[in-house]
Design a protein around this ligand. Structure first.
Ligand code: MG
Length: 257
């Protein structure tokens, strides 16, 4: 394992990739409504990313054909956008998108409700988001990777939900996936020590039912084994002397002049 530490100047540069990623994700989220297709959402993300001078980080990554992953209801991650997939009232959709700007990558995800969702689904959305914030809060010097995983897992399980094991967060920099892996489960005070200059994508996937997942037959989509819904929230965060600095935020960095 080789963890690449970033300098403060590199973290500033990553904040610009983060800003574009966050903007694209917000614009897609604002377009989520009954009747829209996931292909239309994908087009919005790509347009925003390119207008900001970036390139979609996902397009062509390992052969992935689109700028977003669009994972509806029991789909956990890696759903391929489609003109045939039309959102319906009561669905949830997990959007994952990232941008490359100046050679640096930003990566973020959010699960949105489509209109009104069932109360238990609303609770899953709320808990999934909280899990992400709890994990991000641990992204500080003197903490360890296990502190992140423990924070996420204990929040999810206390609510009666489960966390996916097979897919995890990751280091990020010039490549979308760098060392280390960042599991959403673990024990306190175990694992790699976190240092200033590490940049991580923290991304809990929280399931309403079983934590078990199955891969679909297109070679990409991952679904819950029991068909119950799953949510996914992700931000890219830099570990600084002062604690976590979220990079996938629109306030992250002024545009270079
Ligand atoms: Mg990621």
């Amino acid at each position: 394992m080789k963890v690449l530490l970033k300098t403060p100047a590199q973290i500033e540069a990553m904040a610009e990739a983060g800003r574009v990623s966050a903007l694209a994700l917000r614009r897609v989220g604002e377009a989520v409504e009954p009747g829209i297709t996931t292909a239309e959402l994908d087009a919005i993300a790509e347009k925003v990313i390119r207008a900001e001078g970036g390139t979609p980080a996902f397009k062509g990554y390992g052969g992935f054909p689109a700028s977003i992953c669009a994972s509806v209801n029991d789909a956990v991650v890696h759903g391929i956008p489609s003109r045939k997939m039309k959102l319906r009232e009561g669905d949830i959709i997990s959007i994952d998108t990232g941008a490359v700007v100046g050679g640096w990558v930003g990566d973020n995800a959010w699960t949105y409700p489509v209109g009104e969702v069932a109360p238990e689904v609303a609770r899953l959305l709320e808990v999934g988001e909280k899990c992400m914030w709890e994990g991000l809060a641990q992204a500080a010097p003197k903490k360890r990777l296990g502190d992140i995983g423990h924070a996420v897992q204990s929040m999810a399980e206390a609510a009666g939900f489960s966390v996916v094991r097979e897919y995890v967060g990751h280091g990020i920099g010039r490549a979308m996936h760098e060392d280390p892996n960042v599991p959403n489960f673990g024990r306190r005070r175990t694992g790699l020590k976190l240092l200033p200059g590490m940049v991580l994508a923290i991304e809990p996937m929280v399931n309403m039912g079983t934590r078990k997942v199955v891969e679909g037959d297109d070679g990409w989509i991952v679904r819950t084994r029991d068909g119950k819904p799953s949510v996914h929230f992700e931000k890219t965060v830099a570990i600084t002397e002062d604690g976590p600095r979220i990079l996938t935020t629109e306030e992250g960095h002024p545009r270079p002049v």
